[in-house]
Ligand binder design. Structure first.
Ligand SMILES: *Cc1c(COP(=O)(O)O)cnc(C)c1O
Length: 394
């Protein structure tokens, strides 16, 4: 197996010279090529005009659909670019018709924005939302899911990798259950796309959303939605504009046939080109290579942190990803974040209100979140662990 070319990864990541960045689940450091593609388009807009720049770069914008489709094994007409994962997910979720008595099944580690949307829609429609219990490893229990199924279940909606830890939910196994029962299946893959291989055919999902700035290393304010072609034709987006549909007469409009019916006309063009570049760049490394490297580094960090007195690593699941969460006895995670920032080390704090069901069930309020990417080094993790050891002694 070839060694990972860490020197190349560092050279092509200008930020890695300035900070020890373990906030990749928040917003990763952009590679130089992504920065250049984004800035170049802004410059072109300034020089020749925004509409004219879009026309001139039309082939590159069309390529964005091929890139996103290739990344997740979809077709280009199943991809919509949307400004973030939340709105991408919303466009899918809010477009589904629910009625009183319908059941929505979700995961314990569901992201706050998704759960708020369930609450809003269930209040409006009389549908209900229920969390599938975890198994002994803290993953969605596929067996419990099977036992919950009946004809009232209209949607299975799962967060693949939660914002609050190393857990990777068994979305392929869940997909088999969803398909066998012919139930719509929505996957929030915000933290997993760019971190590990994602294949919508293997997953068997009908809709999947992700963001640009996290593990894909794209610019902020970017994301995309996948909608399976068979579902596309039956789904009218909750919002339509003159890009999503054409106004054909005084009392009619025609929707686009492809997933771009979920987009809006106006968008961040520079960001979209930057995201397309970030996707190409990730595929150039190879998602298998990226995933193997992230797993190695995160296992190494967990095994350095676990033995430290007062430190508890909280990650669950059989396979654990690059998001490492922990607490230090007697030290507020926000204080740890501040102390690390003074040493040019970036982490974030996972708070209860982001994944309320899970954090409540585990009796947790806040945790330090150190999220690793492939461009992080073994030396950085050693330095990080030493900094935590020092804070733990205070
Ligand atoms: C960050 C995150 C989101 C939201 O993504 P945005 O691009 O900020 O809208 C959704 N789900 C999960 C699991 C996340 O971690």
């Amino acid at each position: 197996m070839p060694l990972f070319d860490i020197e190349r990864a560092r050279q092509e990541t200008p930020g890695s010279q300035h900070v020890l960045h373990l906030n990749n689940a928040g917003s990763s450091l952009m590679p130089q090529v992504v920065l250049e593609a984004t800035v170049a388009h802004l410059q072109l807009e300034a020089q020749i005009g925004g509409y004219e720049a879009a026309e001139q770069q039309q082939a590159a914008f069309e390529h964005a659909y091929d890139a996103a489709a290739a990344l997740i094994n979809a077709s280009r007409d199943e991809i919509a670019f949307i400004e973030n994962a939340t709105r991408a997910w919303d466009m899918a979720f809010y477009s589904l018709p629910f009625k009183a008595g319908d059941r929505i099944l979700t995961s314990m580690s569901e992201y706050a924005s998704n759960y708020i949307a369930y609450l809003q829609v269930t209040r409006r429609t009389g549908a209900v939302v229920e969390a599938i219990p975890d198994d002994a490893y803290g993953q969605v229990s596929v067996e419990a899911l099977r036992n919950m199924l009946d004809e009232r279940v209209k949607l299975i909606s799962i967060t693949h990798v939660p914002t609050s830890g190393g857990l990777v939910n068994p979305i392929v196994e869940i997909g088999k259950v969803a398909r066998a029962a012919n139930i719509l299946y929505l996957v929030d893959a915000c933290q997993s796309v760019g971190q590990m291989p994602i294949d919508v055919e293997k997953i068997g999902c009908d809709m999947l959303s992700t963001t640009g700035r996290k593990y894909l290393r794209g610019p902020r304010g970017t994301g995309f939605l996948y909608v399976r072609r068979a579902l596309l034709e039956q789904t009218e987006p909750v919002f339509l504009d003159l890009h999503a549909a054409t106004w054909t007469s005084r009392d009619s409009y025609e929707m686009r046939k492809d997933a771009r019916r979920f987009e809006t006309w106006e968008t961040n063009y520079a960001g979209k080109l930057g995201l397309a570049k970030a996707i190409d760049y990730a595929m150039d490394w190879g998602l298998d290579t990226i995933w193997r490297r992230i797993k190695e580094l995160s296992y190494s960090l967990r095994s350095q942190l676990s033995p430290l007195p007062g430190v508890i690593v909280h990650d669950r699941g059989i396979t654990q990803c690059g998001i490492v969460t922990f607490t230090v006895d007697g030290v507020d995670p926000a204080e740890i974040k501040r102390q690390l920032a003074a040493q040019q080390i970036n982490v974030s704090v996972a708070v209860r209100t982001s994944t309320l069901l899970d954090m409540e069930a585990r009796g947790l309020h806040t945790m330090v979140r150190a999220s690793i990417h492939y461009y992080n080094t073994v030396e950085e993790l050693t330095r990080f662990s030493a900094a935590i050891a020092q804070l733990a002694e205070l």
